[in-house]
Design a protein around this ligand. Structure first.
Ligand SMILES: [Fe+2]
Length: 264
């Protein structure tokens, strides 16, 4: 991770860099993802607006250290949320099979459809919800940098009034769409903090569940048939969570559910 930090540091210090401050705080970011933004007719990859960000995205895709980190993050998700993973796998299998122009950032390494590199130098975020993410697929965040975790860089959840010590090289998973969260500033003259996150846009999952159509293209009856009554989708999402007692069984179930997909 030190090598990755140093490469991202160099990318950030490139005098030609033209990334703008992130709307969540005073730091710059690159987002590389399949998205379903407002007005989009189907899922597409995020368009990089400048030559610099396009080249930086390509360099990130080709970086073996970032691939390792994203693969490891995805593995933590798979290991602890096996039924959520199984549902996501089937969803993406249907989507990517139908639209070859879409591709994951790290095929065969990470199931997540998007990553963001928050370059810092002192990444701190105001309290927010990532309401575009699919709530039951936890967002995964790894903190990188050089700072004293007793004096800043805490993850905090304002509604719960909880601050969590979040040292460099540590990783956390939580539903960033469901719970308001932020990061405190780091302290110290030479302190630096970056973060690398992965996530899945909820619009992608909805698009597949709606048989590759937009909500406005469906009748009310059809939508009720595919979504169920109000609140039903959240019940479905919660039913895929594993308690400690069920985790081993759920891992087994996920493997057998995916057998028809994995054996070709
Ligand atoms: Fe967030």
């Amino acid at each position: 991770m030190d090598r990755l930090f140093s490469k991202l540091h160099d990318q950030r210090e490139d005098p030609n860099r033209d990334t703008k401050a992130n709307r969540r705080g005073d730091f710059s970011s690159i987002h590389s993802a399949i998205t379903m933004g407002s007005g989009a007719k189907r899922p597409i990859r995020v368009h990089q607006k400048t030559d610099w960000t396009a080249a930086a995205e390509e360099a990130l895709h080709n970086d073996p250290d970032l691939a390792d980190l994203c693969g490891w993050q995805s593995g933590i998700f798979t290991h602890n949320f096996p039924l959520v993973y199984g549902h996501l796998y089937r969803t993406l299998n249907a989507l990517l099979g139908r639209d070859p122009s879409l591709r994951l950032n790290f095929p065969d390494r990470s199931i997540y459809t998007g990553f963001s590199v928050n370059y810092g130098p002192r990444t701190a975020t105001l309290p927010h919800l990532d309401s575009g993410n699919y709530p039951s697929v936890p967002c995964v965040i790894t903190s990188l940098g050089r700072f004293n975790p007793d004096r800043g860089g805490h993850l905090y959840f304002p509604d719960l009034k909880i601050y969590i010590r979040f040292p460099p090289k540590c990783t956390v998973l939580f539903s960033s769409a469901s719970i308001k969260h932020g990061n405190t500033a780091v302290r110290g003259a030479d302190a630096e903090r970056m973060s690398i996150t992965q996530y899945v846009a909820g619009g992608i999952v909805r698009f597949v569940r709606h048989r590759f159509r937009l909500v406005k293209e469906m009748s009310r009856q059809e939508r009720l048939r595919l979504d169920g009554p109000p609140g039903y989708q959240w019940i479905k999402q919660r039913s895929r969570f594993s308690t400690p007692e069920l985790l081993v069984d759920h891992r087994r179930q996920m493997r057998s559910d995916l057998d028809p997909y994995l054996i070709e």
